[in-house]
Design a binder for this molecule. Structure first.
Ligand code: FES
Ligand code: FES
Length: 173
């Protein structure tokens, strides 16, 4: 990456949820603030802001990443996906989202966007994860509400559905 000048806004061109996106960011601007306040994608949540809770997790080039520990300038040229990418269309839920809804895997929902994005990355690489793998993958996420059991249930259910072990109509939001 070329050297950026402090205090100056620099163009950031990247793919956001499959579409080209351009913005401007000072070198120290966090990806969370860039996404939420400049691009208007508020699905990515901000909790601890220092890499502990996982609420801000997005996918960068296919890997889960803490948006609160990523500078906006770092995603120049990258493929970024946020929770907004999971719904197939307005008013419909993706498979993971629908499984979370069925299993009551969220209460306040604050942690949910980040957990969904981590699971989405996991299931793209490992279509049939076992429970231990899911638990391990989600160990970097804090949820104050659910006790985690429904989240694991929902993840296993969604994995089975994506792998074609069960079929279910996409649920309406
Ligand atoms: S807000 Fe990024 S890890 Fe907590
Ligand atoms: S659903 Fe409330 S923090 Fe997880």
């Amino acid at each position: 990456m070329s050297r950026l000048q402090a205090g100056r806004r620099h163009p950031v061109r990247f793919s956001l949820n499959g579409k080209p996106c351009t913005g401007e960011a000072e070198p120290r601007l966090l990806l969370t603030d860039f996404l939420r306040h400049q691009i208007g994608m508020t699905g990515t949540h901000v909790g601890c802001e220092h890499g502990v809770c996982g609420a801000c997790t997005v996918s960068i080039d296919g890997s889960p990443a803490r948006a609160c520990l990523t500078l906006a300038a770092q995603v120049d040229g990258c493929e970024v996906r946020t929770v907004e990418s999971l719904a197939p269309s307005a008013g419909r839920l993706g498979i993971l989202q629908a499984a979370f809804k069925r299993n009551h895997a969220l209460q306040c929902g604050f942690c949910t966007a980040g957990i969904l994005m981590s699971l989405d990355c996991l299931l793209r690489d490992h279509p049939r994860p076992d429970e231990a793998t899911i638990r391990d993958f989600l160990s970097g996420h804090l949820c104050r509400c659910t006790g985690y059991a429904p989240i694991i249930r929902a993840a296993l259910e969604a994995a089975a559905e994506m792998a074609g072990d069960v079929s279910r109509e996409t649920t309406h939001a």
